[in-house]
Design a protein around this ligand. Sequence first.
Ligand code: 8YV
Length: 311
Amino acid sequence: MSLPRVITDGPLSPDLDRMLHGHVELLPWSAADADRDDSVCGIYTYGHPTVDHQMIDRLPNLRVISNNGVGVDHIDVAAARQRNVAVGNTPGVLDGATADMAFALILAAGRRIVESDRLARAEDFDVQRPQVLMAHEVHGATIGIVGLGQIGGQVARRALGFDMRVLYYNRREIVDGDIAATYASLDRLLAESDYVVLTVPLSSSTTGMIGTREIELMKSTAVLVNVARGPVVDTAALTRALQEGKIRGAGLDVTDPEPLPRDHPLLSQSNAVITPHLGSATFETRRKMAELSVENLLAGLRGDTLTTPVN
Ligand code: 8YV
């Protein structure tokens, strides 16, 4: 019996390979370049290449798009819905790891860990200099979380463990929430926070949400941390602000573009700590993401309801 054919932008991890083996026949992404392919029933994506309506249109027997990740900004979900194609993602399982990464960046940028590491290895390192690489405290500071959803909530819990005052901004205030966080307008959050952490999904309303005007509102001692999506921040405005010392630093797990070209001025800023989109990159979390996304894929191929459908 032939296996259902699924397009993927792999390469797949050994775990995924094992989970999918014997259930589907995997085809490379280029298989969707044909004018029309009646044989393809599924798309399995890691969140990078765009799944637009043209691609969906070229695959008349497509039943499911399963994303190995929570953000689905690269998928035309409305076009899929119109065609009755199920879309699945992996909410819930990566919140802790992504919040850990946000905190790693808060601490790294806040306490200048990368610069300190470089200094400790430098030839002319002199322990006697009393004012070397001074920073500002993380514990007791005010953190502003833009997007208090599942990941933002985990950032807030960690912040409370650091005795931080927690502000958050969402489109709507959360009523009866179980986290000791105070709702603030975006402008107030930006003006009062020492650490501004972005955990919003990318959409038309969050693209460019943090630009020149917003950065101007921030304290000159503040640090901006982005574990959401690069385009939430205006990269040129952020680069200028870091160059001119308008804010103290940035911790970026995501950038726009991604990756940054090797000669991008942001890469020369010692007050920016940059990691290459590794928020969910732990063995434990990636395994849970693999399991959930495979579960969604196979359910969609059978015509069953997905475990975690988008919307
Ligand atoms: C990546 C993420 O998808 O879940 C998301 O939206 O950004 C990340 O978890 C993942 O790293 C790609 O496999």
